[in-house]
Ligand binder design. Structure first.
Ligand code: 5GP
Ligand code: MN
Length: 320
């Protein structure tokens, strides 16, 4: 039903825009790369891939990045706007106007906090990655894949499952990965790009931020803090903050890891849990969202207040 609706929307649209959320990660970049290439392969000529935020070093190898355009370069007259891995319309940031101006809109996602903001919403909350949902969507539409599309989807799935180790990983995830291998994807090249490309600047930033580590609740809660000044002084990029919170989570005693990023007018909250804390409960206190084991939010207060509030809610969840 949803699939035939999507197929007819694609068939009946001339100009198609594709975008995802700000602070892009492996899942959303893999998905928008794959969707762009799959639509092109299907024969749609007028497809535009929107990217308005910094692409992390780890995802620079994705094959369709080179076709990305900025929102300002596009007219506000798309026939169809497809978002992938985007939980709410505000996370589209500068692409939001183009989304609102499109004739038809589609939202393909796996966030449990997804707000169903499009005309057609294909949201599988049980899917560990939007990449997995997208694979099923493309397959059900009988779209042809190739090595570049398979590489993009595999990268998306690998990224959001922590290389198939999070408990969201299911039987279908492995079956899809196996099917993607039929397209002769290069697993080593993908793994080296995604996980073994940390720059010196990012490494320095990691060390600096880890130096701020504070532990609470029998060392079950780990919290670190980062400022824009840290990024500058380490000669790092904004996206180099990705992965630090996972580093905190991976400490043996830690169940709940939190990174607070101080911005000029707000604080960005990023959280991870290992086995039992539902971090969406904490993120939602600040109007954010995400997944049970990974969630984020923007907190509109100064760092001191944000930290006090976060610690209060975090300890509440840990003791639950
Ligand atoms: P991260 O901590 O890596 O920024 O985000 C972890 C997860 O939470 C991702 O799935 C991301 O999409 C989601 N997330 C991060 N920040 C926000 C936010 O401000 N609002 C919502 N709804 N989701 C977020
Ligand atoms: Mn995702």
């Amino acid at each position: 039903m949803e699939i035939s609706k999507l197929k007819s929307l694609i068939d009946n649209s001339n100009k198609i825009y594709i975008a995802s959320h700000i602070n892009p990660d492996g899942d959303n970049l893999g998905c928008i790369n794959a969707m762009y290439l799959a639509l092109k392969k299907y024969g749609k000529d007028n497809v535009f891939l929107i990217e308005d935020d910094e692409i992390p070093d780890a995802q620079k190898f994705l094959p369709a990045n080179k076709f990305m355009v900025r929102s300002e370069e596009l007219e506000n007259n798309a026939d169809l706007f497809i978002t992938l891995d985007c939980a709410d319309v505000d996370r589209l940031a500068s692409a939001k106007d183009l989304f609102n101006g499109a004739k038809h809109t589609v939202n393909i996602d796996h966030h449990s906090t997804n707000t169903r903001f499009a005309d057609l919403n294909i949201v599988d909350e049980n899917s560990p990655a939007t990449g997995e949902t997208l694979y099923e969507v493309l397959k059900n539409m009988n779209f042809e894949l190739d090595k570049d599309i398979a590489t993009s989807i595999y990268s998306a799935i690998s990224s959001d499952t922590g290389s198939f180790k999070y408990d969201s990983t299911r039987k279908e995830t492995f079956l899809i990965a196996a099917e993607l291998m039929d397209y002769k994807i290069n697993l080593n090249e993908i793994a080296v790009n995604l996980y073994q490309k940390r720059s010196l600047g990012k490494t320095k930033l990691l060390l600096k931020v880890m130096d701020t580590l504070e532990l609470y609740e029998d060392n079950k809660l780990g919290i670190v803090v980062l400022t824009d000044e840290d990024i500058k002084s380490c000669n790092a990029r904004k996206s180099d903050a990705d992965g630090i919170v996972e580093f905190v989570r991976d400490i043996s005693t830690v169940e709940l890891a939190i990174l607070l990023k101080e911005k000029t007018d707000c604080v960005r909250f990023s959280s991870r849990s290992k086995s039992y804390v539902d971090v969406t409960k904490i993120a939602s206190k600040f109007g954010g969202g995400g997944h049970i084991r990974a969630a984020g939010a923007t907190i509109n207060s100064d760092l001191k207040t944000a930290k006090e509030d976060v610690l209060k809610y975090a300890i509440e969840e840990l003791r639950r």
